[in-house]
Ligand binder design. Structure first.
Ligand code: BT5
Length: 245
């Protein structure tokens, strides 16, 4: 059953579902899913790109309009979506893991990417665009050609073609099942679910934060979803964003 309150815009081809949602934010209502069958210029964070692996892969942007002003917990929506995605992948018999802040991995290989963008007009929040790409159906050769990343796709992991509509509906239903509760309570609402799937805590790690690198023991995820590193000077460093290397 697909979520009854979710509007859907389905596009044959687009540059990027996030860019489309951004351009049309005034016309798209709250809780709308923009889905493209083909994406020609998919975007990752920091100007990186997201590779379209052909038919049967998911390119989705969820448009949300939770209030007229920005609240810090909206930045945790990417972590919320990573937990939702893990729960859906678990229904396929897999054991996904989360690499802070929101990479979802299967056996250490990246299966999905999440990109959140906010659209503001002066101090007024026009919307939050939560973009997600999930590799659902690919061949190993195309996966191997993804630059700078060891990746995988769901069909490779379960050895079976994946029905994209079924997967999309599962993801959207699960997302909206607890969305209102999450918006009202914030990261603490999913903290346990997030931590139990993590693959980085208690490890010595390096984190790229723009052009600097922080190094230390990944000690904790706090109630805001931030990563606390204990560095070699025994100081705690709190990170909001970054890439674990
Ligand atoms: C992300 O960025 O992982 C966020 C990607 C979000 C894509 C969705 S698709 C729908 C919506 N519309 C958009 O335009 N974007 C969103 P980041 O953490 O910066 O990772 C990007 C890196 O992941 C790239 O530099 C590659 O190394 C790798 N990558 C690219 N395509 C991939 C793929 N299909 N599968 C796995 N890894 C990939």
């Amino acid at each position: 059953m697909s979520g009854l309150t979710i509007g859907k815009i389905i596009l044959e081809e687009v540059d990027s579902t996030n860019s489309y949602a951004k351009k049309n934010i005034g016309k798209i209502s709250d809780r709308t899913a923009v889905i493209a069958k083909c994406q020609t210029s998919g975007r990752g964070r920091l100007n990186r790109s997201w590779v379209d692996l052909g038919d049967g892969n998911l390119f989705l942007s969820i448009v949300l309009k939770p209030s007229n002003s920005y609240h810090d917990i909206y930045s945790n929506l990417t972590q919320y979506l990573s937990v939702v995605l893990c729960k859906v992948l678990e229904e396929y018999g897999l054991q996904p893991q989360i690499k802070w802040p929101n990479d979802v991995l299967i056996n250490n290989k990246k299966i999905a990417g999440i990109l959140a963008e906010t659209v503001m007009n002066a101090n007024c929040l026009k919307g939050v665009i939560l973009g997600i790409g999930v590799n659902l159906n690919s061949n190993q050769e195309d996966i191997n050609n993804i630059p700078n990343k060891i990746a995988t796709a769901l069909n490779i992991e379960i050895n079976k073609h994946v029905n994209i509509e079924e997967f999309t509906d599962k993801l959207l239903d699960k997302f909206f099942e607890n969305y209102d509760e999450f918006i009202n309570t914030g990261f603490s609402n999913i903290k346990d679910d997030y931590i139990k799937r993590n693959c980085f805590l208690n490890n010595e790690i390096k984190v790229q934060v723009f052009n600097r690198t922080e190094e230390g023991l990944a000690q904790e995820i706090n109630d805001n979803g931030e990563l606390i590193l204990r560095n070699k000077n025994n100081q705690n460093v709190t990170l909001m964003i970054g890439d674990i290397l």
